[in-house]
Design a protein around this ligand. Sequence first.
Ligand code: AGP
Length: 609
Amino acid sequence: MCGIVGAIAQRDVSQILVEGLKRLEYRGYDSAGLAIYNDNKIQRLRRLGKVSELDQALQETPLPGGLGIAHTRWATHGEPSERNAHPHMSEDNIALVHNGIIENHDELRDELKAKGYVFSSDTDTEVMAHCLHEELKTSHSLLEALQKTTKKLDGAYGTVAIDTNEPDKMVVARSGSPLVIGKGIGEYFVASDQLALLPVTRDFIYLEEGEVAEVRRDGVTILDSNGQKVERDFEKSDIQHDAVDKGRFRHFMLKEIFEQPQVVNDTLEGRLVNHKIIIETLGANANKVFADTKAIQIIACGTSYHAALVAKYWIEDYLQIPCLVEIASEYRYRQTAVLPNSLFVTISQSGETADTMAALKKAKEQGYLGTLTVCNSPASSMVRESDFTLLTRAGTEIGVASTKAFTAQLVSLMLLMVTIGKAQGLEESKEKSIAEALEHLPSEIQAALDQAEAIEDLSERFAEKHHTLFLGRGQQYPIAMEAALKLKEISYIHAEAYAAGELKHGPLALIDKEMPIVVVAPKDNLLEKLKSNIEEVRSRGGQLFVFADESANIQSSDGITVFPIKSQYTITAPMVYTIPMQLLSYYVAIIKGTDVDQPRNLAKSVTVE
Ligand code: AGP
């Protein structure tokens, strides 16, 4: 989704802005632009396509100046084009960038047109630029004008603006779309994600909802939504520099797939000690809430939703507590009934997904016992809005297709399940058996990764296909769903997942010798049932690719290719079987030559509806 970078310094800032945009490329975008103040005027450069094209244009037409704002745009209102790219300007003096969506843009546009403003783009953002210009006429400062502008906006925004009449500052505002301010020596920066600013600073302040700020060379003034001054200290980021470095890997996605043994270790560190699971940092009164919990409602989107579906199997199996799972975009808009004594859980890698965030806000009005987020971004909106937080410690995930964050979510959800269980008297033997499975998980994941070459060979058999079916049963059904999502996202091959028992109710009609069917077949109580489903497909000529436990006793033969996977523990098998699915999608995408880390039309963090 869109990215913002801004800088005010004694030195030229254009390369700082471009480097910042490059570090946000992973979020997904279709155009890029910047505006630099110099010599009483603002100059703007925008390009459709990659930041490298903007960079190239900047090499040809350098824009010196110590004040500037920049943006990568992911189109919502108006097609991807240079004229719709940010920054947007009003007259020649205001330039503004914006993440989010302004819902009342039509109404505001009509008002502004009536006042004589001429629009040069189809975006909702240009409305903000003209609105700011209009408010300046009756304001004492750019900041005051921004405050008045934000009062007129319905929707979500993270925004930064500059004005030729006040060239000693940037003004910023946040509502529903994150913004961070970074501090250098005699220079300050803003961005939608601190990753963009790591080459220039590690000292950050996050703007809270409804706040506006003035960012100067000598300091920052923050005002809350009532116009009251806010004092907040800069905090050192512990985020790793190499998060945006591919290292020896060809793509971030592959690097992130291979990081998973370490991610599991990190997520377990200090939480799995001496075969016991202890999480002490969820938030005040968490244990009391867990002891009273009689039902759990989980809300998420995409890959995080699949993690929730796996957790449902665990929670109902081990805790015998009803667990409801729903997609955020559905939950937020329907009349929902809350079971008595329910805990509300969101799962999100980014902690900024608009639909999940809206569901969380709705839940807070609905009488849940408490709200908890399982999240990978410590400073995110979801973490701030939830009563309790369980951080997933996957590290920054750059590939748009989520891999290591999913595994970290599953491990975290297992820890959460045990923690809730312990508050309700879960037997020690059950905790011990889960702890043992988790202790072996990093090595089992590593063993699956060691098969990468063989999976690469296998991927050739999918590259020419237009469709693929994934089958699983029980807790592996959501893994089949996740596998189908991965293949769709990065190889653009249509893929669907079915609970294998459901095949005979319709999808069997799709089976012929052209249709590849991938089956996730670990050693569990459903294996024999799954073997019958495999036979149903085989007898109809489908091409089966079965990822099966070595002891499953399924042999490769005509129409069946069996791929052995080692997974000793049933409960952690979803994490282990996820690995070959991720690798398969990755290698198919490589053969197809797609943009693996930034697949077409997708964004890393979906901060709009
Ligand atoms: C996963 O590969 C996707 N890119 C997407 O489905 C993602 O999981 C979804 O948008 C939810 O994001 P979140 O976890 O940041 O809330």
